[in-house]
Design a binder for this molecule. Structure first.
Ligand SMILES: Cc1cc2nc3c(=O)[nH]c(=O)nc-3n(C[C@H](O)[C@H](O)[C@H](O)COP(=O)(O)OP(=O)(O)OC[C@H]3O[C@@H](n4cnc5c(N)ncnc54)[C@H](O)[C@@H]3O)c2cc1C
Length: 473
């Protein structure tokens, strides 16, 4: 007789976990399972052995210990914004630890930090810092989880001046494989602190994070809009200007095909647009000086003005509350005229594409320089980051959007620097491409030391290093 190990493990998990945490662990067949397994990206169909929704670090530790006893793995997940590469690994032997009910943000102006629980999204942390006239290194969306974003890198509107958000972390508290809660910072568990800052959820479930606040109350920020048919001069100008622009400015360029969605302001519905948005950390005069070249190209809309820093969390108008999405991304070492032509060929006004947006994020500045005392991902070695994404309301739409996003990446292949940015990589990638070759041995060695039996399942898997130099998940 053969025994199906996965079926046996799942049955044991169901018996062990049912009723645990006052009913906040959901196993297949339970009424709450289908709702609990939904990721922010609705297009990702996650079917884990269980979904646990702890409220405290002690509850996280209980789940981690029990999962290990049952021979299951543990996947930390805050929101499921980047659930795709995790689900692609197969989750039949995985307990998802959804940290969304561990949500609070407290600013400590004396220490100059914000402390959040492991499932907190950005908006409450932005508000907590703003109450003290400060800002934090959030990204373009108010409901992205701070944990996943910060452990994967973190590119926001202050990035070319202040670098990756991961390097603004001052401490994390994390339940590791033996179920203990440890603090990792500049004094304690320093190797672990180095590894999690860029190494993602490979080392345990983060139950709290602390990160720096910056003395920013306002910014000169907004967006410029053109019709998509005007893309060529605008992209050529922006692409030539962006790499050498001073650190105080960070922008994004998007070619957008907006659907007829009632949630959108009427004047945007069904429109095909070019949007450049961003922020300048400087005076109005400096902002005007930096944007003069782009303004000379006559955008039909220009909202750049002095705004409260906290409003930047919605500047990009990202969807909130979940969306079905398929995408692809690529990091670009350069973006010469030939890249402008390739981008326009793939998503310009004459292209046939299902992509809702094709985005280029302006990198460089502080993002490109090593951050002293930073983590394993202490800089991004690229000039631009390209991301193509489309709506995946049905599997067919998802397949089409993914194919079109890959087509955009392929068009830009001559400028691809071979690296990946974990946060924008929403499909499986070789994790080695996220890090420099110089840190790979150290990173995989720390994974082996902290998680010797490979308990944790992250979206981008850093394998364990064995004595003979081989690696396994
Ligand atoms: C609309 C949208 C806007 C975005 N904007 C930006 C942006 O401006 N800049 C940017 O850099 N990125 C951006 N991203 C990418 C985003 O940073 C990644 O999707 C990130 O992984 C989201 O983190 P999460 O915790 O919300 O997602 P999840 O899918 O919950 O987590 C992703 C991974 O992070 C790890 N993780 C999450 N929580 C924990 C935890 N508590 N403990 C340990 N590990 C954990 C796990 O490995 C997990 O698989 C955006 C994504 C979307 C969809």
């Amino acid at each position: 007789m053969t025994i199906d190990l996965d079926t046996q493990r799942t049955a044991t998990a169901a018996d062990t976990f049912r009723g645990l945490l006052d009913g906040r662990v959901h196993v297949p067949g339970d009424p709450g399972y289908d709702a609990a397994r939904v990721a922010w990206n609705f297009a990702v169909d996650q079917r884990p052995a269980a979904v646990a929704v702890p409220r405290t670090a002690a509850e996280v530790a209980t789940v981690v210990r029990l999962a290990a006893e049952c021979g299951l793995r543990v996947a930390p997940q805050s929101t499921g914004h980047n659930a795709g590469p995790l689900a692609a690994q197969g989750l039949a032997d995985v307990v998802i630890v959804r940290t969304s009910e561990m949500s609070s943000a407290i600013a400590d102006p004396v220490r100059g930090i914000v402390r959040v629980e492991g499932g907190t999204i950005w908006e409450p942390a932005v508000d907590a810092a703003a109450a003290h006239g400060r800002a934090v290194l959030h990204g373009s969306s108010p409901d992205v989880g701070i944990a996943g974003y910060s452990l994967g890198g973190g590119i926001g509107w202050y990035a070319r001046r202040l670098g990756l958000a991961t390097n603004s972390l001052t401490a994390v508290e994390i339940v590791i494989a033996d179920g203990t809660l440890v603090r990792a910072d500049a004094e304690n568990n320093r190797e672990l602190f180095w590894a999690v800052r860029g190494g993602g959820g490979n080392f345990g479930v983060v139950t709290a994070l602390e990160f720096k606040m910056f003395d920013i109350q306002t910014a000169y920020a907004g967006m410029l809009m053109w019709n998509l048919k005007d893309i060529e001069p605008v992209l050529r100008d922006w692409a030539a200007w962006a790499p050498g622009a001073p650190d105080e400015v960070t922008t994004s360029f998007r070619a957008m095909r907006l659907p007829e969605m009632p949630d959108l302001p009427e004047f945007l519905r069904g429109q095909e647009l070019v949007v450049i948005d961003g922020a300048v950390l400087g005076s109005d005069e400096r902002g005007e000086e930096l944007l003069a070249g782009l303004r000379a190209l006559h955008p039909f809309m220009d909202t750049f003005a002095r705004v409260p820093a906290k409003s930047l969390v919605r500047l990009h108008m990202d969807p909130e509350g979940g969306a079905p999405f398929a995408s692809d991304s690529v990091m670009l070492g350069s973006f010469p005229d030939a890249a402008v032509d390739a981008f326009i060929g793939a998503v310009g006004p004459d292209a046939t594409t299902s992509l809702l947006m094709a985005e280029l994020r302006q990198l460089g500045g502080a993002l490109g320089r090593p951050h002293e005392g930073g983590g394993v991902l202490n800089r991004l070695d690229a000039q631009f980051l390209s991301f193509g994404g489309g709506i995946a309301a049905t599997p067919e739409m998802g397949a089409q959007a993914h194919a079109d996003a890959v087509r955009l990446s392929e068009a830009l292949a001559p400028f691809d620097n071979g690296r990946q940015y974990a946060n924008f990589a929403e499909n499986p990638v070789d994790a080695r491409s996220i890090y420099g070759a110089d840190v790979w041995t150290q990173l995989t060695g720390i994974r082996s030391a902290v998680d010797p039996h490979g308990l944790f399942a992250a979206n981008h898997r850093v394998p364990r290093l064995h004595e003979d130099g081989a690696t396994t998940a």
